[in-house]
Design a protein around this ligand. Structure first.
Ligand code: NAG
Ligand code: NAG
Ligand code: NAG
Ligand code: NAG
Ligand code: NAG
Ligand code: NAG
Ligand code: NAG
Ligand code: NAG
Length: 900
């Protein structure tokens, strides 16, 4: 038995409403208002063609998304809620629904001006037109909505100034106009909206100052104005009421200093003012903000000392003061900050001894003191604190030896000690930091002695720089164990002997070895003579190096990931082999797994799903469908005949066991995320350290299978189907980004196709479960699939919104070319993205890139494909900032579709 997936999704919520409405309708005679609204609804149905609204307009109160008043004999429409229904057309008719209190048309494809007639809906309390393509000015008539509590016009293409008439919206509690092209000043009357709790106007072109009187809004909790061109100071008034919880002013031109009144806001948890021109010192009253969690003030002109009062903010998780003019030392007291995860003070004039006290912050994962004046030595017990992932101490005056205790920093991904005053030998213990992968940089110090052979154990390391020291002896052949190496620099030391024959060495430029008088061999021109015999390494190493290079290609960047992902695969394989072994061994007595928890979110499926059959299916290799980065998918046939797909999550470090309750809460919450292009779980089962997520079975498999013919070959060239899949995926991602969820693994294998080839993005729940920081954009989990990982990831180790856009661009290229993201056919060091971007250099036309079966089918198809190719090129731009937002991508794809 297969399920009609699309009709089931989202709909169960409405069932009770529908039933109630039908009962009422049957028992009442028609009245004038009903007839009026009935006629309007019938016209609206013709105009918008809402899927699921049946042709009998007399039952309009039962239509999905429609709520009628139940009070009198009239059956007026009081709420019209049609978010994310893929609608377009003229919505002017809606203004004839005179009793409307709630109107939600967000996340559709409406375009053109916002109809001014909406301003005549006297009863309207909630208006959400966000995430459409409404353009032109905000109609001044909206000022007539006297009863409006919430107005959301964000993420459209609205222009011009905010009309003064909106000052009449005296009861407004939430005003969202972010993500448009609004210009002019923030009107002073906003300060007169005394009930306002949320005001967000970020990502516009607003100029002028932040009105002082915003401070008179005593209820204001959220003020988000980032990415505008605001100037002047932060008015101290906004802190006076003390109710502010979130203040985001990043990326403006604000000057002036931080008012001391900030200490009044005891509930302020999120404070971000980075990338402005603020001056002065941080007031001591900062310590009064007991809820402070994120404090981000980088790239300003702040000065003075770091106030020790920060130590009183016991929830502080992120403190970023980078690139300012702070002086003095790091206060000892900050060591009390038990929740601190990132302490970033690079690019200031801080000094004194290395701040040992910070080592007491047991949760610290990033310590960035680079580009300051720290001196003294590094403590031996540097890494009692084992959570540290980034230790960035370069460009200071740290002296003495690198402590042997460095070997205890076993979680380090990056170690930067360059440009200091370090002496002594490189401790062999560094070889114990097996996770080290982004960089090990010891350059520009006074280190001497041999390069320790133990460094050869760092098989994930991408960049090694020991240049400009006084190192002597040979480069140990053991370094050939550094299988992930791409960039090396041994220059300006006293090394001698032959450079070992090892791909990464010979592929480096000469400058990586220059300045060592005794060094010889390739890539240096100085010949070692025939003294040394050929020292080619065992084929094994060469081959694996080549494979990695062929598979990936985006240079240094992706390499980090390769090793990590390879690590993941190996781990998985080992797990699977272990599981197999256990199964063989256990053939005599198969222990029944103890199911710890389970739930089915959809009432009508509760009877049909049997948890034991679900678990059993994941133990049979034959039912395996696919493997993703974080999970394996199985097909499970229930005793009831129902087929479900079961996703088995990889548990790292016993996450499932340790965070079971949190995970369950998250899963139940995600069961409610509702979008036509997102696959949401229908239930879950947890046993031992395993979490299984249940989904509807998708009969048409994944996009990867459709494009690359792994299961069924696509016989007919079908560009329109591919294009509509691309648009659906883009819409799903745009929706996720809008609710601040970043996908960790966008790839064509994670896009499933329902019986109508409607695409559904998978693994969103996993993305969320793996995000410990909940939307702070500071995810440092390991993420992504081969060929989809954005180049900047290796440096930032952060999955970002623009990283998602890159991965989506790769999916678009797959759709256009029918080629795999990584394939040997592109040649060594190439992947699909590079191959496409280099096409013009090779003198190839778009025709030679795009799948000819499609592009030669008709002129219309070709034209659309060229449009989509343009979008794909933008999405895969090397520079994250140049990539469009997903919302923009949706627009551009729709434009290409209209283009025929
Ligand atoms: C929508 O319909 C109204 C009235 O029928 C008309 O005045 C208006 O111009 C239409 N708007 C658009 C964008 O077509
Ligand atoms: C628009 O804003 C309102 C009020 O802040 C909010 O409830 C609603 O969820 C927002 N809409 C979307 C699509 O985010
Ligand atoms: C802020 O900038 C304005 C001009 O944009 C200038 O007049 C004012 O003096 C500046 N204030 C401070 C404190 O630098
Ligand atoms: C706020 O901080 C200042 C400076 O540290 C202090 O003098 C004052 O007592 C604090 N106020 C409250 C209410 O805690
Ligand atoms: C710190 O965070 C916890 C958990 O989010 C919260 O319960 C607590 O109230 C916060 N403490 C303060 C002082 O705000
Ligand atoms: C580290 O943070 C977690 C929450 O993320 C908290 O539960 C734990 O207590 C913190 N560790 C320490 C040593 O404070
Ligand atoms: C470190 O710098 C401070 C001033 O910043 C100075 O007083 C101290 O003597 C220096 N210590 C060493 C060991 O150089
Ligand atoms: C590190 O551990 C040692 C012994 O376990 C202890 O004596 C020392 O105080 C610890 N250092 C820090 C910074 O916690």
């Amino acid at each position: 038995m297969l399920l009609a997936v699309s009709s089931l999704r989202c709909s169960h919520v409405f069932v009770s409403l529908v039933v109630a409405a039908h009962l009422l309708l049957a028992s009442r005679p028609p009245a004038a208002a009903q007839l009026a609204d009935q006629a309007t609804m019938a016209a609206l149905q013709r105009e918008l063609a809402v899927a699921g609204w049946d042709s009998d307009s007399s039952s309009y109160c039962g239509w999905r998304g429609v709520t009628c008043g139940v009070g009198g004999a009239d059956r007026p429409v009081e709420a019209l809620e049609l978010p994310h229904r893929n609608l377009q057309g003229n919505i002017s008719l809606v203004s004839q629904l005179r009793s409307l209190k709630r109107l939600d048309l967000s996340g559709n494809s409406f375009r053109g001006p916002i109809p001014p007639s909406l301003g005549s809906l006297d009863a309207l309390q909630f208006l959400d037109l966000s995430l459409n393509r409404f353009e032109g000015r905000i109609p001044s008539s909206l000022g007539g909505l006297k009863d409006l509590r919430s107005l959301n016009l964000s993420n459209n293409v609205l222009l011009g100034e905010v009309p003064d008439e909106l000052r009449n919206l005296a009861r407004l509690q939430e005003l969202q106009i972010s993500g448009n092209k609004l210009s002019g000043r923030i009107p002073g009357w906003v300060g007169g909206l005394t009930d306002l709790r949320v005001f967000s106007a970020y990502e516009n072109s607003l100029v002028g100052v932040i009105p002082r009187n915003l401070g008179s809004i005593s209820q204001l909790k959220v003020l988000n104005l980032h990415s505008n061109q605001l100037e002047g100071g932060i008015p101290d008034g906004i802190f006076l009421s003390g109710n502010l919880e979130v203040l985001v002013l990043t990326l403006n031109r604000l000057n002036g200093s931080l008012p001391a009144s900030i200490g009044n806001c005891q509930g302020l948890s999120n404070f971000r003012i980075g990338n402005n021109e603020l001056v002065g010192s941080i007031p001591f009253s900062i310590g009064n903000i007991s809820s402070l969690t994120y404090f981000e003030a980088d790239n300003n002109r702040l000065s003075g000392e770091i106030p020790p009062e920060f130590a009183q903010c016991s929830n502080l998780t992120l403190l970023n003061l980078a690139y300012n003019g702070f002086t003095g030392t790091v206060p000892d007291k900050l060591g009390q900050l038990k929740s601190l995860q990132e302490f970033i003070v690079s690019g200031n004039s801080l000094g004194g001894e290395f701040p040992r006290s910070m080592l007491r912050c047991r949760n610290l994962s990033k310590l960035d003191l680079s580009y300051n004046r720290f001196n003294g030595s590094l403590p031996e017990d540097l890494c009692n604190m084992s959570r540290l992932q980034f230790l960035l101490l370069d460009h200071n005056s740290i002296s003495r030896e690198i402590p042997r205790g460095i070997g205890n920093c076993n979680r380090l991904l990056e170690l930067q000690l360059g440009s200091n005053d370090l002496s002594g030998v490189i401790p062999p213990e560094i070889g114990k930091i097996k996770n080290l992968q982004i960089a090990l940089n010891l350059s520009f110090n006074r280190l001497w002695g041999q390069v320790p052979r133990e460094l050869g154990k760092l098989d994930k390391l991408v960049e090694l720089d020991v240049s400009n020291n006084q190192l002597s002896g040979c480069i140990p052949p053991d370094l050939k164990g550094m299988l992930s190496l791409i960039e090396v620099n041994f220059s300006n030391n006293q090394l001698r002997g032959q450079i070992p024959i090892f791909g990464p060495f010979q592929k480096s430029s000469r400058s990586s070895f220059l300045g060592n008088e005794g060094l010889c061999g390739d890539p240096l021109t100085s010949d070692c003579g025939t003294l040394f015999g050929s020292d080619y390494d065992s084929d094994h190493h060469k081959v694996s190096y080549k494979i990695i290079l062929a598979v990936v290609g985006s240079g240094l960047t992706v390499f980090t990931m390769v090793s990590v992902v390879v690590g993941f695969f190996m781990l998985r394989e080992k797990q699977e082999m272990d599981a197999k072994a256990a199964k063989v061994a256990g053939d005599v007595v198969v222990p029944r797994p103890q199911i710890a928890a389970g739930n089915v979110f959809i009432e009508s499926l509760k009877q049909a799903i049997d948890f034991e059959s679900v678990v059993k299916a994941t133990m049979e290799d034959a039912s395996k469908i696919s493997s993703g980065t974080f999970s394996t998918v199985y097909k499970a046939v229930m005793p009831s005949g129902l087929i479900v797909s079961v996703r088995r999550l990889k548990s790292v470090d016993k996450t499932v066991t340790h965070h079971q309750n949190k995970m369950i809460r998250e899963l139940e919450r995600l069961g409610n995320i509702c979008h036509a292009n997102l696959m949401r779980p229908i239930g879950y089962v947890i046993y031992e350290d395993v979490a299984l997520l249940l989904h509807h079975h998708m009969p048409n498999g994944t996009l990867a299978e459709l494009l690359h013919g792994m299961v069924h070959v696509e016989h007919e060239p079908d560009w329109p189907r591919r294009l509509s899949i691309a648009i659906g995926v883009a819409e799903g991602l745009a929706f996720l980004h809008n609710i601040a969820i970043i996908h960790l693994d966008v790839s064509s294998s994670n896009i499933f196709l329902d019986s109508h080839f409607n695409p559904l993005i998978e693994e969103i729940e996993i993305s969320k479960l793996l995000d410990p920081s909940k939307g702070t954009a500071s995810i440092s989990a390991v993420a992504g699939s081969f060929g989809y990982i954005p180049p900047e990831y290796a440096y930032t180790m952060q999955v970002t919104v623009s990283g998602n856009v890159y991965s989506f661009g790769v999916v678009l290229l797959e759709i256009l070319t029918s080629k795999l993201p990584v394939d040997e056919v592109f040649g060594e060091g190439m992947d699909l993205v590079k191959w496409v971007h280099n096409a013009s250099e090779r003198g190839e036309t778009p025709e030679q890139i795009m799948d000819a079966r499609l592009s030669t089918f008709s002129f219309a198809w070709r034209k659309q494909m060229l449009g989509v190719l343009k979008v794909a090129m933008l999405c895969t731009d090397k520079t994250p900032a140049k990539r469009p937002k997903m919302k923009k991508v949706v627009e551009m794809l729709l434009e290409s579709k209209d283009n025929n």
